[in-house]
Design a protein around this ligand. Structure first.
Ligand code: AMP
Length: 543
């Protein structure tokens, strides 16, 4: 028996309509210069999105066509988010930090026709353009006055393009299961892979992540996404903030500039923000070094990579900010779990409360998780046993874009590539990535645990632990570390630091000091690079 409820689709258009009706005057602020802020509102942005939708129709864009962006977190990117998805096209956010061959692959694999590009990334496209035969033209995200020189063919100016169009546009009726957005993840093996999101998955993700026991978001919040909009929709913030009516504060191109993040937080009263550990570390260093505070900032989400325990403490004790860990993936519309205290938290002893920060929390509504061993056997939720983590739900991909073409290829469970334990309450704790685990004499050693321990040493700025080949034990952990400027620590002191803090067999065999660690395009430490360089370190040391 069918229900008698109205069948209105869950589309990004419904988010826009809601925001326009009830939160139209809420502000969107963007840092457009080191001390220049651009101000607009949701309604003004949606008006410009309608102009852009008319422009896309004039350009002859077809339904489902991929519209790529190479852009920062700003008001223009926000408009494209809405014009592209609500217009029935596929928004394709591209990470400009990827290596050239990866970018070439992604543009061609996705079949990109138009590229919306920030002037900062024109030199990148100048180099790539002859390898992008499918692209019909480029729209530069600036005004006619500021148009940069370029070697590109068919270049248009964004402000000119939308200025000549009407701000009246009838958004098409869209199927909630239709594709609305595409994001590639660079992964660690092979070519990048595309996650193709539906309108429905984006809306359900925005709703689920905004619930109070996830990251919670309300009309009273002032939100600054420091995760790039080219990385899984800045964890959904450009959809979630309009949905609830929160004020949006965009850092523009200054995502890695703590002094500008501080200025934005202070001037605009930002009380909630999301970023990867590296950014929070930069901000904490900057604030502590200059004796500054961020009184308005109450909550900050950290995720995307392992976060050292010391950072949670610095935020809570020195800055009065609750740093909350989340875990997620491109393949999960971003957020999978969030670590907020449940009813059992109050009853924990001090030590357990301290350790709580390092958990990754419970899945958001709709996401199921499970762990299994190498033979495929399901493992218990005892908070100790670790296994390969799988996930499923309406916000999880069932297959990658362009891979296979039938239900037979659809996965029932998505294998994350992460290793985790799950406690009886359903809290997960990521202990490693399958390929980063160290297997010493048949025992698994978690690289994340050792990295956390190294990072808690006052002289260590950044640390990564990799498996190095070992004659007797097959593999042994080796620490690669960056020392904070102005401080010093010896190999012996660091090894001693581990003793008593981790099991004896886990203490790294050696320490390699480096100026900096190699990072991937999404800011994660590239263990692949480190393994390439140091896999035989212990053997070469002996000889
Ligand atoms: P991406 O798709 O680029 O966002 O990367 C997803 C991967 O980042 C996950 O599979 C994890 O390996 C890692 N990751 C995400 N969040 C965390 C976290 N809080 N702690 C440790 N690793 C994380």
């Amino acid at each position: 028996m069918h229900s008698l409820m109205m069948d209105l689709p869950l589309t990004v258009t419904s988010v826009m309509t809601h925001a326009a009706l009830y939160h139209g005057d809420r502000e969107i602020v963007t840092a457009t210069g080191t001390d220049e802020f651009h101000r607009t509102t949701y309604n003004q942005s949606f008006r410009r999105a309608r102009r852009l939708a008319n422009a896309l129709a004039s350009l002859g864009c077809a339904a489902g066509e991929r519209l790529a962006t190479l852009a920062w977190n700003d008001h223009r990117h926000f408009e494209i988010y809405y014009a592209a998805t609500c217009g029935g096209y596929v928004l394709h956010t591209v990470n400009p930090r990827l290596f050239e061959p990866q970018l070439e692959y992604i543009f061609n694999h996705a079949g990109v026709r138009w590229v919306f590009v920030d002037p900062d990334f024109i030199p990148l496209l100048d180099k790539l353009k002859d390898r992008l035969p499918l692209v019909r033209g480029y729209v530069v995200l600036t005004s006619s006055r500021a148009m940069p020189a370029s070697a590109l063919d068919n270049v248009l100016c964004y402000e000119e393009l939308i200025a000549r169009e009407s701000d009246v546009f009838d958004w098409p009726d869209l199927d909630e299961r239709s594709a609305c957005s595409l994001c590639y993840t660079s992964g660690t093996t092979g070519n990048p892979k595309g996650a193709l999101y539906s309108h429905r998955s984006i809306v359900l993700h925005a709703l689920a992540v905004s619930m109070p026991d996830a990251t919670g978001l309300s009309a009273n919040d002032i939100v600054m996404p420091v995760v790039p909009m080219f990385h899984v929709h800045a964890w959904g913030i450009p959809f979630r903030a309009p949905m609830v009516g929160a004020k949006l504060v965009f850092p523009g191109r200054y995502l890695g500039r703590p002094e500008i993040l501080h200025a934005l937080i202070s001037a605009e009263g930002v009380n909630f923000s999301v970023a990867v550990p590296t950014i929070w570390q930069l901000l904490a260093d900057h604030l502590e070094h200059n004796g500054l505070k961020v009184p308005s900032l109450k909550r900050a989400i950290v995720g995307g990579a392992a976060c050292p325990q010391s950072l949670f403490r610095r935020f809570r004790d020195n800055l009065g900010v609750e740093l909350i860990q989340g875990w997620g993936m491109t393949e999960l519309c971003s957020v999978g779990t969030v670590n907020v205290p449940g009813p059992a938290f109050a009853g924990l002893d001090e030590e357990a409360k301290e350790g709580f920060d390092l958990k990754h929390g419970r899945p958001i509504f709709g996401v199921q998780v499970r762990i299994y061993d190498d033979t495929g056997k399901s493992l218990p939720w005892d908070g100790k046993t670790t296994g390969h983590l799988q996930a499923r739900g309406p916000t999880v991909i069932r297959r990658y874009f362009g891979e296979g073409d039938g239900a037979a290829e659809d996965a029932q469970w998505f294998t994350t590539g992460d290793v985790a334990s799950i406690d009886p309450d359903g809290n997960i704790r990521i202990t490693d990535r399958s390929k980063d685990l160290i297997k010493s004499g048949g025992e698994w050693i978690s690289s994340i645990e050792l990295e956390n321990c190294a990072m808690s040493h006052p002289a260590i700025l950044e640390a990564a632990v990799i498996a190095a080949a070992h004659e007797k034990w097959n593999e042994r952990p080796v620490l690669v570390a960056v020392v904070k400027p102005g401080l010093s620590v010896t190999r012996e002191e660091l090894i001693a630091w581990f003793q008593g803090r981790v099991a004896r067999m886990c203490v790294p065999d050696d320490v390699i000091f480096v100026e900096q660690l190699p990072h991937t395009a999404t800011g994660k430490v590239s263990k692949l690079d480190l393994r390439r360089r140091y896999a035989n370190h212990l053997q070469s040391r002996k000889s």
